[in-house]
Design a protein around this ligand. Sequence first.
Ligand code: HEM
Length: 521
Amino acid sequence: MLETLLTVFLGIASFFVLHRLFGRRRREGEPPLIKGWIPFLGKALEFRKDSHQFLQQLQQKHGDVFTVLIAGKYMTFLMNPLLYPAVVKHGRQLDFHEFSDAAASATFGYPTVRSEKYPGMSNKILKLYLLLQGPALNSLTQTMMGNLQVILRHRLASTQVARPECDWWEEGLYQFCEHVMFEATFLTLFGRPPQANKDPKIYLERLRWIDTLRENFRKFDAMFPLLIAGTPIGLLRKTKSIREKLIKFFHPDRMKEWTSPSEFVQSRTELFQQYDTLKDMERGAHHFAIFWASVGNTIPACFWCVYHILSNPQALTAVMKEIMNVIGDPDVEYIHNHNITLTREQLNRMIYLESAINESLRLSSASMNIRVVQEDFCLNLDTQYSVCLRKGDIVALHPQSTHLDPDIYPHAQQYQFDRFVEDGKEKTEFYKGDQKVRYYRMPFGSGATMCPGRFFAVNEMKQFVCITLLMCDMQLIVDQQEARLDKSRAGLGILPPANHITFRYRPKRQLKGREEGDRNE
Ligand code: HEM
């Protein structure tokens, strides 16, 4: 044991010494470099505890642009959203895919896409993302709507059978969102495995495959921050075998048996088949990766959205009113016994719901936009200010600092469901001082590399909120702590809650005017 500790210590110490001797020096025009090894280790921990606070302190001390040495990489942070347009404009010199390709391939277990072994594949993958948007989104929306209702109806029916004595059923709100969204998104994108086609009455049988998939997914996801940070999977105990199980689940031979996959997944399957150099397990790894992308952020986002709406009577009333206006006041019998349809156009009309979703994304998103510098160059940030960057360095935007900037968003820590509505329309003008901020809301990134699933994701969230509010009476349990963000996943997207939140629900009994009164029952 002592020997191991000594070896590790000597390894780290010699790395630090070598780096001090040969590490690079600051040059003219480069941003302030924050270094120093012992403080750095402490700082890495501080960053993990609260990245926003940590970066804010550095900003106060060093200004809007500074460089930090993290895990051997020089990362230049741009902390002021007024400087972001310069980065977005330099997409060629500040590339997203060099980082994302390397990080995703190591995390999910497929070879890097930009390799010569797969000519043209990277661009073809990007083109297929269009099948998550535009006209293709209509059929995804329709399928998702049906899946959400089937899953929720089954859930209500089976809970009624399991707990007939209860008027209300208590459950973890996160677990509820996770169960429903995980299955609905899977079925919508990937279609139905044979197990899912069994007689719907045999519900437990139907659930088994998705339960196993979700359990393995959860275990993998818990290790995701370490994997994406470059930890070799072999060091992470059982994670390697769990990833293998997940990849096998998406093996092309199994996927052949799934009925009605989305055009998006079907086209990706066909694309991967065109490359003989790609092995079947690697194709499975690609499918698993896109499945992770499709639920990894959407599930916590749904949690925050429902949590905030249930915590704010005003928000609940406004959203419910909007839903009823759009779908035309059906009665509760109709809701429980018929398929509710909501088209994309109807979802687009729900501006209060959209604002409520955007507000919860603003408060819970902690993604970092990473770009790799492709050549030595000086980036003109505004008319007077430019910073010089070196090839291979990283430029990072930290949207959370914008989202929580009280200059842009007064009472920035507060949830205001209608923050993004003005004069009955979406509010799109936000200012910092007297300057208009172009990139004021960035949970999905910015510029050409913005998340290609963003329209699908917002649609899904709207559908989830509409269907659950229409089919269920829902209340947060009183006398519990407010939900807090789990900041340990900072940099990776929507933060999950750090504490357990319980809510109670039952099949909807009455549709109009009950929401406010219900809370005090
Ligand atoms: C609330 C839900 C979601 C959030 C907050 C989110 C956020 C993000 C962010 C921040 C990026 C990186 C963008 C950049 O740095 O420029 C990204 C990339 C990506 N997202 Fe999402 N996303 C969500 C849902 C989805 C869904 C539902 C899908 C797919 C079905 C998806 C697919 C992707 C893909 C494929 C990329 C990589 C794109 C590329 O390589 O160019 N995302 N997402």
